[in-house]
Ligand binder design. Structure first.
Ligand SMILES: *[C@@H]1O[C@H](CO)[C@@H](O)[C@H](O)[C@H]1NC(C)=O
Length: 298
């Protein structure tokens, strides 16, 4: 009996904490709206986070960042995309107050089956109804036929997201077809589970995971994947730690920190060719080559 009470108590503490945050936030926003409707909202400021990410101290010793839990809310643009028909979970990234970018293969069942969870740092946050956002429309890349060429889609939300410590957008690449130097360090993030049995991955990992990868040259990628298409794809690997995306990470971001303006930029969407048991690089859908499509619907 005592144990049961203790368990209930612990559950409440853990569960109420994020509910409380968002509930107070919501009241605060309503209050601010009343007293100063135009000035009350913080504007989206792409690629900036109030919470610092866990980055390697020395860039030549990047091992330490292999597949660890991200600091809570340190990637405030990463969202969870839930498909209520297939009960599959994917990642997604906020690119404007009402636009999420994800992989096309995650959302082919149509807008009425898709829900977006934003502002969640852990599993409790993802079970919290205040973090759920309804979808008005989905736009799949016109060249997408089946998994996994041009595996990119946009989700338009019914209501605009409000910028907070927990929610912000990532920056899109500055230039179309922007070249990335080989071995540039990038980060991937996702809720993907690490279990071999797929059912155990329904809820994914407790915390958002981050991993460090190296972007490879197009020639390197072509040598490994015969079908590699540089107009559509980027490949990246980490040969030290075997960091790679897992089931449930699809749709999530491949991000580069720009040291000049200190902002995070979205260069890829986790797509396919992903197998954490091998050293093979992961394949990501390229964002800079699809900027025209993306900007049309922002
Ligand atoms: C980094 O940011 C600066 C300033 O915005 C920009 O000129 C530069 O092209 C960016 N570098 C990359 C690799 O995106």
């Amino acid at each position: 009996m005592k144990l049961l009470i203790l368990i209930c108590f612990l559950y409440l503490i853990l569960y109420i904490q994020p509910v409380e945050n968002h509930f107070l936030n919501w009241i605060w926003n309503k209050f601010q709206d009343k007293i100063n409707p135009t000035k009350s909202r913080r504007l989206f400021d792409c690629g900036k986070s109030d919470i610092r990410q866990i980055l390697p101290a020395k860039i030549d010793q990047p091992r330490i960042t292999g597949g660890i839990s991200a600091a809570d809310h340190s990637f405030p643009w990463v969202v969870n995309v839930i498909n209520l028909k297939s009960l599959k979970s994917c990642g997604g990234t906020i690119i404007s107050p009402d636009t999420i970018i994800t992989a096309a293969h995650c959302i082919i069942d149509g807008p009425k089956y898709i829900t977006v969870i934003a502002g969640a740092a852990n599993l409790f946050g993802r079970l919290n109804i205040f973090n759920y956002y309804a979808v008005s429309n989905i736009i799949i890349h016109p060249n997408y036929i089946s998994c996994c060429d041009y595996d990119v889609a946009l989700i338009k939300l019914k209501k605009q997201l409000q910028r907070s410590e927990m929610i912000n957008s990532i920056c899109l690449p500055n230039e179309k077809d922007q070249k990335i130097k080989s071995d540039t360090i990038a980060f991937i993030a996702g809720w993907g589970g690490k279990y071999q049995i797929s059912e155990l991955n329904a809820f994914g990992s407790f915390h958002l995971k981050q991993g460090l990868v190296y972007i490879k040259s197009n020639n390197y990628c072509k040598n490994i994947f015969g079908s590699f298409d540089e107009k559509d794809e980027i490949c990246a690997t980490n040969t030290y730690d075997n960091v790679d995306s897992r089931e449930g990470d699809s749709g999530g971001p491949l991000m580069i920190l720009n040291k000049t303006d200190n902002r995070w930029y979205l260069f890829g969407i986790t797509s396919h060719g992903v197998n954490s048991e091998t050293i093979q690089p992961g394949v990501y859908s390229s964002v800079s080559t699809k900027l025209d499509f993306i900007k049309k619907y922002l």
